[in-house]
Design a protein around this ligand. Structure first.
Ligand SMILES: C[S@@+](CC[C@H](N)C(=O)[O-])C[C@H]1O[C@@H](n2cnc3c(N)ncnc32)[C@H](O)[C@@H]1O
Length: 387
């Protein structure tokens, strides 16, 4: 069964006093959750902490105060993919901790790293991390993928604290049903686990507590394939090509070959699925119908558009082995991601009257009526999906 730790409310109360009660507004954790977190830190007495998911920095402030009270000499990194506080975008991410640094920071050497996700920073942060706090987007791949990427940088005995492990059940009316990333991590990973719903004074009717922790040991790495496999559950967020590539690079470099192979298989499948889902939504018809028509169009099709959707359809074509003859742009239109491909770019006005153009509208639907009006006048054009 799950273990308990000694809750530590002292830093929580002390930060409230030091900041005239403002920490309550700027931490996204309840007092109990902060006390659980500070209890875990007190038990571990870490030397190198990584916090991922900062927001205003209210919890960063509580952690720093906790370290100060312990008299710990410690390195701490707080990472967020945004440079600004998402609820008040005019403020810097972590602004609350930054503004109170003199009051709350003892011997800790603290750094904020922002503007990118964790695989972009982890090599700079380096190994020997002995305390990790994950509290980011909660949607898959989210914290599950982040943990897999950073595991090789964690010391044996590292205390990992996960926020929002019950989020999908706590806020059924607020659209959080998909927030399952920390729960999947907590349930799939191996190590000594801490979970204390019986001590949580804020339990609602679902009786689920929203914070948990585990300790990394030799079994965590041995069984990480379970968490990699859990990553094949449906993703609720699509990552950019560059991001997925960076995760793969880190996993390939620092994990065993077999772990990387599974990770690659799972992430490639997820990329495929997300492209197919996006095309299905955009095209509006059945995918097999699009593929069949594309194949029937002898010599391949032209994509009309040269921006985001053209990039999506290019990836879709690659996945399905479909040929693209070129990119059509209306005169004067900017050429965005496709400019790096070798596909010929044809301006609408320069079309060759002897050529047959089978076209897929690969641009935002708001432009479709204008485009259709333009091509309707041209006998040698047929638009796939709009007949
Ligand atoms: C739930 S809030 C963090 C709350 C903070 N830990 C606290 O207790 O006050 C989530 C934060 O994670 C950031 N975030 C979301 N997804 C992320 C990701 N994949 N990598 C890094 N940061 C992320 C968001 O920008 C946001 O600032």
């Amino acid at each position: 069964m799950y273990n308990s730790l000694t809750l530590n409310y002292e830093p929580v109360e002390r930060v409230k006093i030091l900041t005239n009660g403002e920490s309550v507004k700027y931490s996204e954790m309840t007092d109990f959750q902060q006390a659980f977190l500070c209890g875990a830190i007190k038990e571990k007495k870490p030397k190198k902490i990584l916090e991922v998911g900062v927001s205003a920095g209210g919890t960063t402030a509580v952690i720093l105060e906790c370290l100060k009270e312990l008299g710990n000499e410690c390195e701490m990194y707080s990472v967020d993919w945004l440079d600004f506080y998402y609820l008040e975008p005019e403020k810097q991410v972590g602004f609350f901790a930054r503004n109170n640094m003199e009051k709350i920071c003892g011997k800790t050497c603290h750094r904020f790293l922002s503007g990118n996700s964790i695989p972009f920073f982890i090599e700079e942060i380096g190994a020997e991390i002995d305390c990790l706090i994950l509290d980011t987007c909660h949607r898959l791949p989210g914290e599950l993928m982040d943990f897999i990427a950073v595991l090789p940088f964690l010391k044996n005995g590292c205390m990992v604290i996960l926020h929002d492990v019950g989020e999908n059940m706590l806020n059924l009316n607020e659209g959080h049903e998909e927030d399952i990333a920390t729960k999947l991590l907590f349930t799939s990973v191996s190590g000594k686990k801490y979970y204390m719903p019986e001590n949580d004074p804020n339990l609602n009717e679902y009786m689920i507590s929203n914070i948990a922790a585990f300790v990394v040991d030799e079994t965590t790495g041995e069984n990480i394939d379970n968490s990699v496999m859990a990553l094949s559950s449906t993703w609720q967020m699509a990552l950019s090509v560059t991001e997925v590539k960076k995760y793969r690079e880190i996993v390939r470099k620092y994990h065993k070959r077999e772990v990387y192979n599974l990770f690659e298989r799972v992430t490639r499948a997820q990329e495929r699925l997300s492209i197919i889902k996006e095309v299905k939504k955009h095209y509006g018809g059945e995918i097999h119908d699009l593929v069949d028509k594309w194949k029937e169009a002898k010599g391949g099709v032209y994509l009309y558009g040269a921006g985001h959707y053209a990039g999506i359809y290019m990836r879709f074509a690659k996945i399905n082995g479909l040929e693209i003859r070129g990119i059509i742009v209306s005169d004067g239109h900017q050429i965005l991601p496709v400019s790096e491909s070798n596909l010929p770019i044809i301006h609408l006005a320069d079309n060759n009257p002897d050529e047959s153009y089978h076209v897929v509208l690969a641009l935002d639907k708001t432009h479709w009526p204008d485009i259709l009006k333009n091509v309707e006048k041209l006998d040698n054009f047929s638009v796939i999906g709009c007949d």
